[in-house]
Design a protein around this ligand. Structure first.
Ligand SMILES: Cc1ncc(COP(=O)(O)O)c(C=O)c1O
Length: 364
């Protein structure tokens, strides 16, 4: 009997669910990391529920959960205190108010209090969004476009950083100066010009690039300890070198602490290693299984988010993510109707609405 045959008779319910799911969900799973292509051969076991350190599949097999939701479940599954607090908050406040609310301050204070380099914080829904924001913010702040990143690191799936994760050695180029390789065919090849890819833990290649092009670099983004290609710690002095040379050249240092945040130490890898970046991205451990992520960092850089120098103010987040609706809520007529979309700021004397598609008619 082959493995696949034994597995099929051991997990028949998962097999049925997999076939059903595959009809309407690509790969039969909500993340590529859960698909057969990524190793769950011949199909992943479908989970029924989790409790504490255990998860149970649809065929009734119980497992000790070393997967931990791919990282976030540091308190285990369905911790009764967490579950009760979340259920109470939804019952008491709702889920999406579209305007600021007090609990947001409390949550932000906890992040600021825990993470050494974070003066201000903006919540997002996913780590990818947080990284996308950090990269854009760094570009806006420095008025430069070049980003240095490292081979083997993963920073989410946004086009700007979805490069050079697990590269085919035939395409990778030399270790002293790897070639940027898009992680998928949908990533625009033109973006290669905006990236320098380096081997991590190699001080010479980093120092050389900064000496040559440091004044063009908007940001250096790194996992402060690498967990997307094995588990690799920084060599002594390496993070310090990244800090020193980015500062010297006016580039921002971004620590992607999506994995290390709240896990290496309460204040993440930056607390553990004693090196503070300009911007930090957080996700997994922050939400403990809920879709919460954040970008945090230096006050002067983070302030750009509020004053519109980072992106048109109408591009905002909702519960911390997708476009928010605050732009239509606070129009105040000043000698006419005022559009407060944040993008046009137009004041109209007549009753005609402004051409902005976000406008909502407000009483005069
Ligand atoms: C270091 C790092 N950055 C960013 C991301 C993207 O986070 P998300 O999956 O929440 O978009 C991940 C995801 O595993 C990650 O490991």
């Amino acid at each position: 009997m082959t493995f696949d045959e034994r597995y099929a008779s051991w997990a028949p319910r998962s097999r049925a669910l997999y076939h059903q799911a595959s009809e309407i969900i690509p790969g039969g799973a909500g993340s590529s990391a859960r698909t057969a292509k990524f190793g769950w051969m011949p199909y992943p076991p479908f989970m029924a529920h989790g409790a504490g350190s255990r998860i149970t599949d649809a065929d009734g097999h119980e497992y000790i959960d070393y997967l931990l939701g791919l990282g976030p479940m540091i308190l285990g599954h369905r911790h009764p205190v967490v579950t009760a607090a979340v259920a109470d908050a939804i019952a008491a406040y709702g889920t999406c108010l579209g305007l600021p609310y007090e609990l947001e301050i409390e949550a932000a204070m906890k992040v600021v209090d825990a993470v050494p380099s974070v003066d201000m914080v903006r919540f997002t829904n996913s780590g990818s969004e947080a990284v996308g924001s950090a990269v854009r913010l760094a570009r806006a702040h420095t008025e430069r476009r070049l980003v240095v990143r490292f081979e083997g690191h993963y920073h989410g799936w946004q086009d700007t950083v979805y490069w050079s994760n697990h590269v085919d050695p035939a395409q990778a180029g030399p270790p002293s100066r790897p070639r940027p390789v898009p992680a998928g065919p949908g990533v625009p090849a033109e973006l290669a010009d905006t990236l320098i890819v380096l081997s991590w833990n190699d001080p010479e290649s980093f120092a050389k690039v900064m000496a040559e092009r440091g004044d063009e670099v908007a940001a250096v983004i790194t996992e402060p300890a690498v967990f997307n290609t094995g588990c690799i710690l920084p060599e002594p002095g390496y993070l310090e070198l990244l800090r020193e040379l980015t500062r010297e050249h006016g580039a921002l240092l971004i620590f992607d602490e999506v994995i290390t945040g709240f896990r290496f130490a309460r204040g993440g890898a930056q607390e553990y290693f004693g090196v503070t970046p300009d911007l930090t991205t957080l996700a997994k451990g922050l939400g403990g299984g809920f879709p919460v992520a954040a970008i945090g960092g230096r006050r002067d850089v983070m302030s750009m988010i509020a004053d519109g120098r980072y992106s048109p103010p109408r591009i905002r987040s909702r519960t911390g993510g997708t476009p928010r609706s605050t732009h239509v809520k606070t129009c105040s007529p000043a000698g006419g109707r005022r559009c407060c979309c944040g993008a046009c700021f137009s004041i109209r004397a007549s009753t005609r609405i402004c051409s902005c598609r976000w406008y909502t008619a407000m009483p005069m």
